[in-house]
Design a binder for this molecule. Structure first.
Ligand code: KIV
Ligand code: ZN
Length: 387
């Protein structure tokens, strides 16, 4: 069976940039947009043009800059938003308007004080209006995760008739379980008339730590676009992390799904976004965290030194990391110590290692981590003792 492509829709500059403290200026956004294009994302959601003159300008400048990816602007389901997005996107080679409305009972009742029929009508009008400016229109059913599947199918059917090319099914509140989200996508695939004319898209939030799992479940059940951000940034607990979905499809060839991302750029991309947004990446973050390829327990270190694959499922080079690291702590073993000594130019014998290891443990019980300077001091102590 041929592998099918999953389109990567990056929303670092929209959902990611909404995070308090992550605000970027236009120059910084352009740097990120250019790199995202080089990384191979299919769509760059550049911003929400009506939200501020600054965001409008950024979307417009990004539209001029980007060569390959589609450039997308977010709107609510009203004329003014759509007009602003169309204007900001007018220089884009491949513009997309992303419009939509809340579809769950709580959104219909509390946000809009409205009815299901009225929501369908507004959705259809918004898609038709967006379609009068651009060919490519994505519709989002906000809070689809908590929207009843029958109603979701109805609204999807109507917006496809109105011209929507992509249907975004956001789990806005990060509520769904993977099985439930996957079943929702399958339900739409099987029950929406005209579904073959549109692509289903996953947009999952991470409130319960399930964003990536839900997106993968969506793709397995027929979605062909995943909306995600670098480092998983986004509202509250964040969005699906781009680097995670890319590497899941790469490592699990059995899924028969792939992306067009150059995974060797992932580590640099993560560092660049973290620096520009001033948001540190947690060390244990999958794929791009500082500890993602660091081994500190003696048992693991011994295995990795003998053969990397004993404790690593990803070759660090595949995500742009030079090599795995062997971190020395009081939990490290002799083979790790010998390995690190060799790294700094000392090929120690087995007998010497017995003594050195005892000295090492004395220091390691006091310090959290032993660095190369400490190793030099240990070697000097040893040399003095044997003279
Ligand atoms: O989480 C969400 O529902 C969104 C939409 C605006 C697409 O970000
Ligand atoms: Zn979102």
């Amino acid at each position: 069976m041929n592998s099918e492509k999953i389109e990567i829709f990056d929303t670092t500059l929209r959902d990611g940039e909404q995070v308090p403290g992550c605000k970027l200026n236009t120059e910084q956004k352009l740097i990120i947009a250019e790199k995202l294009d080089e990384l191979g994302v299919d769509v760059i959601e550049a911003g929400f043009p009506i939200s501020s003159p600054g965001d409008f300008y950024s979307v417009s400048e990004i539209s001029k800059l980007v060569r390959n990816a589609r450039v997308c602007g977010l709107t609510r389901a009203n004329k003014k938003d759509i007009e602003a997005a169309a204007e900001a996107l007018k220089y884009a080679r491949r513009p997309r308007i992303h419009t939509g409305i809340g579809t769950s009972e709580s959104h219909i009742k509390y946000k809009f004080n409205s009815t299901r029929e009225d929501i369908i009508e507004r959705a259809v009008q918004a898609v038709k209006y967006a379609k009068s400016f651009v060919e490519d229109v994505e519709f989002y059913a906000e809070d689809a995760g908590r929207t009843d599947n029958d109603f979701l199918a109805r609204i999807c059917e109507e917006v496809i008739k109105a011209g929507a090319t992509v249907l975004n099914i956001p789990d806005t509140t990060g509520y769904c379980l993977p099985e439930e989200y996957g079943a929702k996508i399958r339900y739409l695939k099987e029950n929406v008339k005209g579904i073959d004319k549109a692509i289903l898209s996953c947009h999952c939030h991470n409130d319960l730590g399930l964003a990536t799992a839900n997106s993968i479940a969506g793709a397995i059940n027929g979605a062909r676009q995943i909306e995600c951000t670098i480092n998983g940034l986004g509202e509250r607990a964040g969005n699906t992390a781009l680097e995670e979905v890319v590497m899941i499809f790469r490592q699990h060839k059995d899924l028969n799904l792939h992306t067009g991302i150059n995974s060797r750029m992932l580590n640099n991309m993560s560092g660049m976004v973290s620096d520009l947004m001033g948001m540190t990446v947690q060390p244990n973050k999958a794929i791009v965290g500082a500890n993602a390829f660091a081994h500190s327990s003696g048992i693991h270190q011994d295995g990795v030194i003998k053969n990397r694959e004993t404790y690593e499922i990803i070759d660090p080079a595949d995500v742009g990391v030079n090599e795995s690291s062997i971190v020395l702590t009081a939990r490290s073993g002799r083979s790790a110590l010998a390995y690190r000594f060799k790294h700094i130019g000392f090929d120690v014998t087995k007998n010497d290692l017995d003594f050195l290891y005892k000295e090492f443990l004395k220091v390691a019980d006091v310090k959290k981590e032993i660095n190369n300077e400490d190793l030099h001091v240990i070697i000097e102590t040893f040399s003095r003792k044997i003279v």
